[in-house]
Design a protein around this ligand. Sequence first.
Ligand code: SPV
Ligand code: MG
Length: 440
Amino acid sequence: MGAVGLDAAQTVDAPISKAAKLRKLVYSDQFEFLMEAHDGLSAKIVEETGFKGIWASGLSMSAALGVRDNNEASWTQILEVLEFMSDATTIPILVDGDTGWGNFNNMRRAVMKLCQRGVAGICIEDKIFPKTNSFIGEGQPLADIDEFCGKIKAGKDSQTDPDFVIIARIEALISGWGMDEALKRAEAYHGAGADAVLIHSKKSDADEVLAFSREWAGRCPVVVVPTKYPDTPTSVFEEAGVSVAIWANHNLRAAITSMRDVSRRIFRDHSIAGVERDVVSVSDVFELAGNDELADAERRYLPSTSDGTRAIVLAADALWRDRQSEAEEWVRDFVSCSRPFSGDYLADDPVSLTAMGPNVAEAGIHGEWIGLARLSAKGSALVREELESMIKEGGLQKASLVELFNRLVEKGHAVRVVYVPGQWLDVDDATDLLAAGRFL
Ligand code: SPV
Ligand code: MG
């Protein structure tokens, strides 16, 4: 039977949930990858790079919050971070849920909240709360198998999205309990309802995880974290029947490398000039933050400004004093404005033209018009009206744009000015044209 109220041809496919995307990835026939992220920004970068899924690493999220990977950040603080990551992306997130942040009861509540916030799955490890990172120390105690199975069952029974993924992480190899124990635990966790198992190792080669995967023989998907054995080619995992590799902490480590480098250079130089080329532009930051969408929304939802302050906008060089010219006759269209250039990029009170032309008194000069003007529909109408008056008066043949804008100001129309700090060339004659050719 089709959906109520829709005939077969009209049936619309429901959008696939993030949990369903993660389930598809974990059960895919191809070898798949999850890339680490630890906040909204890094999650966006993982998605824009092309990864199909995100590993929300406990180590990385803790480090980004300035705390240790020992459950020092509370589970609700982690949930807050996850919510930002999930809101910022469309690909699924598998969260490193440590030991489930407590017992079966804490796990139930965590899974319910993760489903509510659009997190696609959780990976829990069979250790004791509060956890310690697997790469610290030797022989960390393991959870009782039955207790851990109860936690998996409690999680599965609490998920509100049927596709939510629970992955059981086996620490037996890390803690030195051996392969038989690892396989025994995998079997128990799989029986308790885990959707996949993660076999963790801190050896510098992949031998034991490969042996585990061969022995496991595809009873459910196997996930690995090759942090300590980075040289193993992906094809080797694939041949051994591994389904997913997690690149667990490389965005965090890359961020530390570059933040240290930039901080040190700025500290040493007492200047930001030297690093400017090595960091992304502020407009790149705006782009990543999705400012274009906000601009579109403003056009849709904000009433348009009808005071005309953006109808005519001129660009004026605030650094006009620094310019030089070899031209014999150098005509400069100076502007005098409501306020001088402040150099403060956050200053957003509008600047309006009070007069312009080559004869503005030096004390009143605030910039030099670079020849660029932007007209809105309202601005175009004002300009057209003024041109018609000039035609009627008979002076249009000899008139200039400077005269046009001065007339508009005199009639009380707002002509807005935007200051630019240099970065343009004035081409008035052949000498200027030659100089322009040498500019690049
Ligand atoms: C994490 O990324 O926090 C992990 C993986 O748990 S590892 O640090 O390799 O144990
Ligand atoms: Mg972790």
